[in-house]
Design a protein. Structure first.
Length: 351
């Protein structure tokens, strides 16, 4: 009997020991020792996001560099949770093609850097004002607008009119200038030329006002159009002119500075609405950072590129008196701003 009792007692002791050990193990999983952190299960619930960003220009252009800075800042602020997939050099199409894709939905393109005038054909009446010829007297004038209380209205216009996109931040590519295949010396030489335009009524009206023939050509076809004589010339900011090698086929650049290359980075409402508030704020903060970067490098980069073009033999024509150009564009300026005359005057007064 004593022997059996001892065996029973030993068995009970073993069972209690196992139970205690299991209990301690469970407790240690639920409550880690002080100073140690619980495994980061929260990250499993935070979904990683990849946003496709379209850019028609190469990454070494002013706007291409801005895109890279924006990407890096977003990924830094989000600890890699938000990734920006930049598709540059027009691989996703020209600006109008990209906009059509974004407005059509489906999520294949989430973001894009566009010229302000690209929204004109999609109801962007406010954005149109930014591309009216001879609106901004210099870069400071433009950045006075971009940092004003008016600026957010322009960014949100396509969202508010139901287009399905919204602006995130501003930038600029420098003033836009005409360039041609054949040598020119002044405004009078543009008369009768076929000059490339995008699908934009303001640009079309400006070209007509200069006595030239506006010819719609997609940006990704512009090089070959210049090479084959489909058009005699076009217009671009200096940086884009060189980055896309247009100087190889149209080596005459006249510095008329008819329009500042105002740009916006936009995102689809569909992509925006899928982000958390924290993620949205990250895009806004990174956008402000990229916008300031753009402001700091644009003029310096443009001046450097201009000297490189001269060294490569490009015929750079200075414009000493811009008055004839302004006079020629007077009617298109008036008609393009008539419906928003008060708002346009506010922009003019910011110089």
């Amino acid at each position: 009997m004593k022997k059996g009792f001892k065996l029973l007692a030993l068995s009970l002791a073993l069972v209690l020991t196992v139970v205690a050990l299991v209990g301690c193990g469970q407790q240690s999983q639920q409550q880690p020792p002080e100073g140690e952190q619980q495994p980061e299960e929260a990250n499993e619930t935070a979904q990683e996001v990849t946003l496709v960003y379209a850019e028609v220009n190469p990454l070494d252009s002013i706007v291409g560099q801005m895109a890279v800075v924006f990407k890096d800042k977003v990924e830094e602020l989000s600890n890699g949770q938000i990734k920006i997939d930049i598709q540059a050099s027009g691989v996703l199409g020209a600006e109008n093609d990209v906009l059509d894709t974004m407005l059509g939905g489906g999520g294949t393109i989430d973001m894009s850097r566009i010229s302000a005038f690209a929204l004109t054909s999609y109801g962007g009446e406010k954005s149109k004002l930014l591309s009216v010829p001879f609106t901004f007297v210099d870069r400071d004038h433009y950045w006075n607008f971009a940092s004003s209380d008016l600026a957010p209205e322009f960014l949100l216009e396509p969202h508010e009119n139901g287009s399905g996109v919204r602006g995130l931040f501003y930038g600029e590519e420098g003033f836009r200038h005409f360039f041609t295949v054949d040598p020119i010396s002044g405004i009078e030489d543009l008369a009768g030329m076929k000059l490339r335009v995008s699908v934009d009524p303001v640009m079309t009206g400006m070209v007509e006002a200069l006595g030239a023939s506006p010819t719609v050509v997609s940006f990704d076809e512009l090089y070959s159009a210049l090479q084959t004589g489909v058009v005699d010339g076009a217009e671009q900011p200096i940086g884009n002119y060189k980055a896309n090698a247009f100087h190889e086929v149209a080596p005459n650049l006249i510095l008329d500075g008819h329009t500042l290359g105002a740009i916006q980075v936009i995102i689809t409402d569909e992509a925006w609405d899928q982000l958390t508030e924290e993620q949205q704020n990250i895009l806004i903060e990174a956008g402000e950072y990229a916008s300031e970067f753009n402001r700091n490098i644009s003029e310096e980069t443009e001046n450097k590129v201009l000297e490189e073009l001269k060294a490569e033999g490009v015929n750079v024509i200075e414009v000493d008196d811009i008055t004839p150009w302004q006079e020629a564009c007077k009617d298109i300026i008036s008609s393009a701003t008539a419906d928003n005359a008060k708002l346009y005057q506010q922009i003019l007064d910011m110089q």
